[in-house]
Design a binder for this molecule. Sequence first.
Ligand code: SAM
Length: 231
Amino acid sequence: MTMDYSENGHSNHRQAECEWMVQTQIMSRDIRDEAVLNSMLMVPRHRFVREDRQEYAYYDTALEIEAEQTISQPYMVALMAQALELKASDKVLEIGTGSGYSAAILSRIATNIFTIERHALLADLAKERFRKLGYGNIEVCVGDGTLGWPERAPFDGILVTAGGPAIPDTLVGQLAFGGRIVIPVGDKGEQHLLRVRRMMSGELIQEDLGTVRFVPLIGAKGWSGPNGNLS
Ligand code: SAM
């Protein structure tokens, strides 16, 4: 698997590390969706990681970012992207922009990505990364993502990258018929990654994709924050 991804923001040695990451952490597990694998090869994860964490950018781990948040483990990003079952024409909402990495992955798979982050600092850093990488199909908003983005609804896919106590009814209400929500639900320590599918009949089908650990989803339909819901 030797390809030239330099136009995607990879230097040669970083490209090799990215290929190693995809082979050893993603393909070797249960990720088979070609669009997800291609996107994981294309997006330079090191461009979403803090300067002092650069050497670990392609490691099999979540890493600290600004505002005491995290960029998720690469495998978890791939697993959630695959679980969304996206088509190229899909419109996707992400709650929890963080570094912007998972939105970037989604943006190489689907047409329009909308992402909400409660920390303005993180939203600004992510916007700047998208601009530098030329990812023009991602719109970023600062606010409480548990309320969704009604002006842009309905969405074919909704990805929540923080763990909440329950599935926000607001998000279910913004899901297209046939759409999927992927969200960690549980307590603050451990959650179950749930996929909820809104059938064409309107019926909701829920599946449990396993145990995960995410930072808390803080908002009106999530956990209470230290200073109220928004900071
Ligand atoms: N998707 C991110 C990435 O690729 O770097 C990982 C995000 S991190 C695990 C979860 C993010 O959710 C944090 O940046 C946190 O500030 C954000 N968050 C938590 N509650 C939120 C809410 N109600 N609305 C928007 N963002 C929220």
